[in-house]
Design a protein around this ligand. Structure first.
Ligand code: XIL
Length: 480
């Protein structure tokens, strides 16, 4: 055998080894057990997410990030998108800190819950000092500017945070007092929808997890908003619990919101323990985390769970509730606690029962990082037929998750020079650049595995290529 032939054989041998390694890698990823090793993987296997709150400070703490980079596929900025950071002086906006959280999410294939646009707390003094007649415009300007800055990048917005008193009446804050009482909430929701039609719009509050006067107030409010056609997509239950006090009505309470046609989410979960923690209080906490997880999984429209922070060492609890702490699933040394194990088992029990019929198509081109998991929300197949001055494009959207998708909004970007002249099976706006396609009456619900095909005709000035960047309800879709 010549040297050339021998070296070619060696290369083929090396290639064969590399190929079989790649096949093993693909098979490993494709196996449901691969997803079963992390909170996010287990949640994704059930069509949901598992998130955390992160501050910009957290991004520099390697112990926390070693966990966050792997375990969580949703992030809520702990403080960075609040009014006191984003508009500390009137009309002077700072999105740098929030942008860093969004960058982390992009780099880790995670989505973002925007938190928050309107809240009585962490509100700069100038808002409360405004003449009353200027408050409505200042609120609308704040919402429009911030939601426009993050347009297309967020899964959801907490549009109004903590609007209720404990008795179920609305808090009489500067917005309530100067923008029509309860009407300020509808105003805020409509303003947010206009600025970012792709984000799910939420009202978020604490002590509304069980059925009580406060959650009744929320229930009555969102019922009436729905009846009036005000854009509202979900209710966030903060879930800052005390160990042993998770309300037994949690699941039924989430279900009654879901029955109104709303998503629900556990948005800020922690479970504080009177210090020092003992093995029995840690076991109680493990039972609580499992109960919360099971309640969410039992409600089809519970879209996911977010813990407030990564670990006990950086949680907000000790600073806010003196004498309490140890509220998260990871201890001060970044080690998983019993609550982590119980959460994993709760997620696994549901995932295992449905794993015989996987509903997601595993990626055949695995990324090199183990934290990149298959997309489990949506898939897009698009076809373009072009001629010298025009084209038609047909886009098939498939729900690849296990939850129904209701009232979808698909965002994509047309090639420069393309202008939509007519469309079908969706409403398209604007007709060039970044377009939002909104469902029409008959294709708004996509059951798991369900598809709809939408399309349009466009003119072009030389580039008849396909649109890019398909994003459904804030989630990037796989293509192909
Ligand atoms: C907390 C942050 O974690 C702290 O860093 C900050 O000092 C106060 O706010 N409800 C909410 C969150 O909606 O925004 C709060 O976050 C916790 C309670």
């Amino acid at each position: 055998m010549s040297d050339v032939a021998r070296s070619r054989n060696v290369s083929i041998g090396v290639l064969a080894v590399a190929l079989s390694a790649a096949i093993v890698a693909v098979l490993t990823l494709a196996h449901p057990a691969a997803a079963a090793t992390t909170l996010r993987g287990l949640a994704e296997a059930d069509g949901r997410y598992f998130g955390t709150a992160l501050t910009d400070g957290d991004l520099n703490i390697s112990g926390e990030m070693n966990i966050a980079n792997v375990q969580f596929d949703m992030v809520t900025p702990g403080n960075e998108m609040k009014w006191d950071t984003t508009e500390s002086r009137q009309n002077s906006f700072n999105f740098g800190p929030g942008d860093q959280i969004v960058s982390w999410a992009k780099a880790h294939n995670a989505r973002v819950r925007g938190h928050n646009l309107v809240w009585h707390a962490q509100l700069p003094g100038w808002v409360n000092s405004l003449p009353g007649s200027q408050v409505k415009a200042a609120m609308e300007n704040h919402i429009t500017t911030e939601a426009t800055h993050y347009k297309g990048q967020l899964y959801a917005w907490d549009v109004v945070n903590e609007p209720f008193n404990e008795d179920g009446s609305l808090r009489q804050d500067v917005f309530y007092n100067n923008d029509g009482g309860s009407a300020y909430i509808a105003d805020a929701l409509r303003t947010a929808r206009a600025a970012d039609p792709g984000a799910k719009l939420y009202l978020n509050d604490y002590n509304i997890e069980g059925q009580n006067a406060k959650s009744n107030g929320m229930y009555n409010l969102v019922s009436s908003l729905k009846a009036q056609g005000v854009p509202i997509d979900g209710v966030g239950l903060e879930s800052h619990f005390i160990a042993g006090q998770v309300p037994s009505s949690l699941q039924a309470n989430m279900q009654r919101f879901a029955d109104l046609g709303l998503d629900v989410a556990i948005t800020e979960l922690d479970d504080r323990i009177q210090l020092p923690a003992s093995s029995s209080s840690l076991q109680q906490q493990a039972n609580d985390y499992a109960a919360v997880t099971k309640a969410c999984l039992a409600v089809t429209r519970c879209v996911g769970i977010s813990q407030w922070g990564v670990d006990d060492g950086h949680s907000w609890i000790p600073g806010t509730f003196p004498g309490y702490g140890a509220a998260t699933m990871y201890d001060n040394n970044y080690q998983p606690k019993p609550a982590y194990n119980s959460t994993v088992s709760a997620l696994s029990s549901v995932t295992n029962s449905s794993s015989s019929t996987p509903t997601t198509t595993p990626s055949t081109t695995p990324s090199s990082t183990s934290s990149t998991l298959p997309n489990t929300y949506c898939k897009v197949v698009d076809e373009v037929n072009g001629w010298n001055t025009g084209l038609t494009e047909s886009i098939t959207i498939t729900n690849t998750g296990t939850l129904p998708i209701e009232n979808w909004r698909m965002v994509f970007t047309l090639r420069p020079g393309q202008t939509i002249t007519s469309g079908w099976n969706a409403n398209y706006s604007p007709n060039s650049g970044q377009v939002t396609a909104t469902n029409v009456s008959y294709n708004g619900s996509l059951p798991p595995g369900g598809s709809t095909t939408i399309g349009f005709q466009a003119t072009h000035t030389g580039d008849a290529g396909a649109a890019t960047g398909f994003n459904l309800n804030g989630a990037t879709c796989t293509t192909g």
